[in-house]
Ligand binder design. Sequence first.
Ligand code: TYM
Length: 329
Amino acid sequence: MERVISGIRPTGNLHLGNYFGAVKSFVKMQDEYDCMFFIADWHSLTTHPTPENIRSSVKTILSEYLACGIDPEKAPIYVQSDVKQVLELYLYLNMNAYLGELERVTSFKEKVRKQPDNVNAGLLTYPCLMAADILMHKADKVPVGKDQEQNMEMARLFARRFNRIYNVEYFKEPASFYFADKAVKVPGLDGTGKMGKSEGNCLYLCDDEKTVTKKIMRAVTDQGPTQLNQEKPEVIQNLFTLCELLSGKEAADYYNDLYNRMEIRYGDMKKQMAADANTLLAPIRERILAYSSDDALLEKIMRQGAEAAAERAEKTIEEVREIIGFRKI
Ligand code: TYM
């Protein structure tokens, strides 16, 4: 059975970008694939070196994962820092990753701009740790959003390079997986760029009904089209992308038609989006509350997930040590 792995950093609550970019695919895939999911707490140190309470952030994300429908009986969920073998693979991959190519990664360049006082080596080698997460499980498919495309390319590059350097056919090249067959970039509610924790433009899965409605009703728009069949400016295109995700293609087509005829009322479109967002989120919100108050269950899921992941990881590390030529331990 094909293997699937994916992860999320515990640096806040899950938002619609995480949901449509990755979590929705996870939930669908867990019935058909050999899936594992994890919480990338080591990765979060690259931007948050002194986390206030990493353990509670991890539990928050875990509760939200579960609330979205990930079933640990089908797909073990583990915490990255519970599986130490990944560090050894990270080290080997670091030895075969070159400064020039790491410096060219767009997200690294972005971070250099955003946190000039903390351009740490972990940021630079972020793609190596992510590749270690993936290659550790010999994953075939990795559900991710569009923003992870370059990191996925690096993971494939490192897999190929490992095989070439050691003259083996060991690692497979993992493919990105998108639930709608093309990479998803969920736009932010401010109409610019992607929805993201650090951009402050998110609709969170745990937002209450009033907040959801308020945020969507305030999403940035313009004065409306001034010509028939006019090309949409970016903010409006983004609103339509969100509309299609929340309310479906038929609804988006309906409003598109109105837009083309210059009859659109953004307020109506947003009202429908808010109603559909609340229909989607109400049961998730309820389950988040239930899971987050069941500490014993969360601990059990993390422990079982760590055991399942470590077993697989240990096997990979033993094989990798043998390929490189280290002694068996
Ligand atoms: P992170 O924590 O930034 O985001 C988690 C997942 O959510 C997706 N995502 C989006 N998709 C579409 N539109 C958006 N606006 C949006 N915002 C976030 C991301 O693409 C991602 O799939 N490097 C990863 C974590 C990671 C990982 C891995 C993922 C570490 N190791 C191994 C897969 C496999 C990250 O920072 O995701």
